[in-house]
Write a protein that binds this ligand. Sequence first.
Ligand SMILES: [Zn+2]
Length: 298
Amino acid sequence: MSIAAGYTGRFAPSPTGPLHFGSLLAALASYLDARARNGRWLIRIEDLDPPREQPGASDQILKTLEHFGLHWDGEVVYQSHRLEHYAEIVQHLLDKKLAYRCRCSRSELKQRDALYSYDGYCLSTPPDPDAECAIRTRCSDNLLTFEDLIQGRQSWQHDTGRDDFIIFRRDGLFAYQLAVVVDDHAQGVTSVIRGSDLLDETFRQLQLQHHLGYPTPEYGHIPILLNRLGQKLSKQNLAPALITDQAVKQLWEALNLLGQNPDPSLQSASSTELLDWATTHWQRNCIPRTLAIRSSGS
Ligand SMILES: [Zn+2]
């Protein structure tokens, strides 16, 4: 699939803590894929969940990206500034009967064994108008498929109703799925390169794009990184923050894990020289397909 009207990629971190090596891998892959195709590369801060956020983390993330030479285009978009827009889209989906109010609590869902596969209770028994509700969108396409740029053809088949998912939470927060789809569209994103831990989410995003009449970007999911214990490198697993005075060493290691085979002599280059080399020599088809790789470093 070729991109007719120019390439726009993005990196979209949540400010729940500093960037770690796993986030560098995703940032670098999306940056290089955009730059190698003369594309734009945008930053979006996904600050939709204040209780999980760490004060100052957004600024720290941006400083780290700059320090690593990963310079972005245009203004940084903050999802916390876009709540009115998300509310309009949710209302539109409700009006079109592509979403419905759901008053089921977590414990009720658990009791009915419907926590991970919804039972459609609120479709057949609509909640009282004044009940505090979440909003679910309908999964009406029984088969969703896409061609992943790295992982190949992906498909997801489901029973109508069972996979209806939350787009607005009972606690008043918009769900990640909704904000991501609305923002990728608003920012003209054509290509999403990110970690394979988000592979399954892509199908829900496809469904929302269909509901809203948005074009679907191309997607490429890079392997996620495991620590020495075989756990995903993440803030929850206390992955160490990137070390800014070792930017070149860490960029070099990330390029190596992305299958780009950088020459060892490049470890003494500057980060700008290393990124220039990597942009010129970027080969997306060399990224390993395996869904998880082990970090050789920290
Ligand atoms: Zn419900």
